[in-house]
Design a protein around this ligand. Sequence first.
Ligand SMILES: Nc1ncnc2c1ncn2[C@@H]1O[C@H](COP(=O)(O)OP(=O)(O)O)[C@@H](O)[C@H]1O
Ligand SMILES: [Mg+2]
Length: 276
Amino acid sequence: MSEPILDVRDLVVEYPTPAGPFRAVDDVSFAVAAGSTLAVVGESGCGKSTIARSLVRLLTPTSGSILLGGRDIARLGERHLRPLRPRIQMVFQDPYGSLDPRLSAAEIVGEPLRLHGVRSRTERTREAAALLDRVGLPAHALDRRPAEFSGGQRQRIGIARALASRPEVLVCDEATSALDVSVQAQVLALLREIQRESSLTYLFISHDLAVVREISDQIVVMRKGSLVERGPTERVLAAPGHPYTRALRAAALDPSTTRGRKPRAATATTAGGAVR
Ligand SMILES: Nc1ncnc2c1ncn2[C@@H]1O[C@H](COP(=O)(O)OP(=O)(O)O)[C@@H](O)[C@H]1O
Ligand SMILES: [Mg+2]
């Protein structure tokens, strides 16, 4: 692999609990080549979001390093972190909960631009419009608030907001999991198109192997905080080496489980009568 854009080494994350520290991520290492997509898969609770939150430094890991373009950001203080934050951005699972309901789409997408020094409001609106157009939203979307959009459209706004920082790495934490299968496919297609255009690197977190098969080059499989398998997506899914990966794959193929690509029922996050 050429020099990885993201190189995670011996990552440990512990949460304080009344019963003592709980180790949610236990000595995890992986690297992601620039312009490629690494999927992190595993059951609910295995530590995927904890990794995501560490990478974008919403939390500080207990130990280990996170090399972003060769620079270790794992334990950097906020002052040194701030200029690096734009380089690695996150798209969250719940596009509703992660978008301020009081702001218009233009303001939501414009906010990172403001933080990154685009002072003129007119200029921010112009850039926000270009970003919303890039993620496939119409011009009239600019003045609307999150509640006026469908789940898929809200996720597009979340992607536009992340892109506003001109990141090199995008961490997508279950970014399409709350969406209907058809909407999910559209958002995945958009992510792929953006990657083709701008050679973004993705860390794509999902519990859904069907989605992961479509989007990723490499996979790491997590179980209870540890990494149990890694390799090229095709190889790992065609011939899993670890019993746990085989079990995950069997569950994904079994239509009686919720891990298959069944259409999901509308969830609370899509309430409000918005069309998808
Ligand atoms: N703030 C927290 N305090 C204590 N335990 C937590 C906290 N956040 C997550 N956990 C625990 O850490 C483990 C990993 O959680 P998470 O990273 O959210 O997993 P995933 O995203 O794979 O579902 C789970 O057992 C979860 O209950
Ligand atoms: Mg999670």
